[in-house]
Design a protein around this ligand. Structure first.
Ligand SMILES: [Zn+2]
Length: 283
C-alpha cells in the first residue's frame, strides 16, 4: 500500500451541513482547486447518514471535488434528539455503507450541552461498536478531555483495544495529548491556530510530535482568522497548513507529506478502492 497521498486531507469537514446548501458544488470545487484531495465527513445524527452517503457517492463522479469519505455516528450535542433505536440503525449503516470511522462521537462539557450522563451512554455504546467493527473513531472532545480518556481506558479494559482515531479540534493539555497518543489517537488542528491569541493551541501544534498531527477545517464552523465571522470553507486548509509549517519551522511540502503519511497510517482504507462511495468493509 502506498505511504503517500497527493494533496491535502481535510480530516474534519461537514459538507452535508445546511450552510453549504446554497453553493456546495462550487465550495467543493474551490477546495479541490486549493489542493484538498480527500475529506472526512462525519455525520452528527443517524438521520443525516443518507445525505453524507449521497455526497460521498457524488464525489466519485466529480473529478474536480475532493474525494469525500464518510464516518457515521451520533454527535454529543445531538444525543437529545436521538431515538432509542438509532444505535441499531447506526449498526445497520456500519454494515451496509462502509464508513472509514465511527464519528462524530465524544463528550461536550460546555455549559448548555446535553446532560453528560446521557452523552456518556451514547459515547460508550458507540465506542463498543467501534471495537466490534474494528473502526477508528472521530472524536469531539470539548471541556471533557479527562472524562474522555477515562472512558476510552475503561471501554478498552472491558472489551478489546480500539483502532484509534482522531481527537478533532484538540484543545487539551500536552499531558492529555500524550495519553491520547498512547491510546492510538491523532490530534486534529485547524482554524484555531491561525489566531495570534491562541498561544496554548499554537504551542501544542508546534511542540507535539509531527507524526501525531492531522489538519482539519471543521467547516462550516471554526473559521480561521481571515474568515472571522464568515462561514468556514475546506478551501482554507492549505493556508492553515502554511501557518502550521511556519510555526514548526518546516517547509509546507514536508508538512504535507508527513500529514498524509499520518492519515494513511490511521486510515489505510483511503488508499484502497471505494465501495458504495466509501470503503470496502473488512468482512
Ligand atoms: Zn465536527
Amino acid at each position: 500500500m502506498p505511504n503517500t497521498i497527493t494533496g491535502w486531507v481535510d480530516t474534519h469537514v461537514h459538507w452535508d451541513a445546511a450552510e453549504f446548501d446554497i453553493d456546495r458544488d462550487a465550495a467543493l470545487s474551490r477546495a479541490f482547486t486549493a489542493g484538498v484531495r480527500n475529506a472526512f465527513n462525519p455525520s452528527v445524527c443517524v438521520s443525516g447518514i443518507d445525505k453524507v452517503q449521497a455526497l460521498c457517492r457524488d464525489s466519485l463522479a466529480h473529478p474536480d471535488w475532493p474525494r469525500i469519505w464518510p464516518a457515521y455516528g451520533v454527535h454529543p450535542l445531538y444525543v437529545q434528539q436521538a431515538a432509542e433505536n438509532d444505535l441499531a440503525s447506526l449498526e445497520t449503516a456500519l454494515k451496509s455503507a462502509c464508513p472509514i470511522a465511527i464519528g462524530e462521537i465524544g463528550l461536550d462539557g460546555y455549559p448548555g450541552a446535553p446532560d453528560l450522563e446521557q452523552q456518556r451512554g451514547w459515547f460508550e455504546d458507540q465506542l463498543v461498536l467501534a471495537i466490534e467493527y474494528a473502526l477508528p473513531v472521530i472524536m469531539h472532545v470539548r471541556y471533557a478531555v479527562e472524562d474522555v480518556i477515562r472512558m476510552l481506558k475503561r471501554v478498552q479494559g472491558r472489551h478489546r483495544k480500539l483502532a484509534g482515531g482522531i481527537a478533532h479540534a484538540y484543545n487539551g493539555s500536552a499531558e492529555q495529548a500524550e495519553q491520547l497518543i498512547r491510546l492510538g489517537f491523532l490530534l486534529g488542528f485547524g482554524g484555531s491556530l491561525t489566531y495570534e491569541g491562541s498561544t496554548r493551541i499554537r504551542r501544542l501544534a508546534t511542540e507535539l510530535p509531527v507524526e501525531c498531527l492531522v489538519l482539519e477545517t471543521d467547516a462550516p464552523d471554526m473559521s480561521p482568522s481571515w474568515l472571522r465571522q464568515q462561514r468556514n470553507e475546506s478551501a482554507a486548509l492549505p493556508r492553515i497548513a502554511e501557518m502550521l509549517a511556519q510555526l514548526r519551522g518546516i517547509s509546507v511540502e514536508t508538512l504535507r507529506v508527513q500529514i498524509g503519511a499520518n492519515v494513511l497510517r490511521q486510515f489505510p482504507a483511503i488508499a484502497g478502492k471505494p465501495c458504495n462511495g466509501a470503503v470496502a468493509h473488512p468482512d
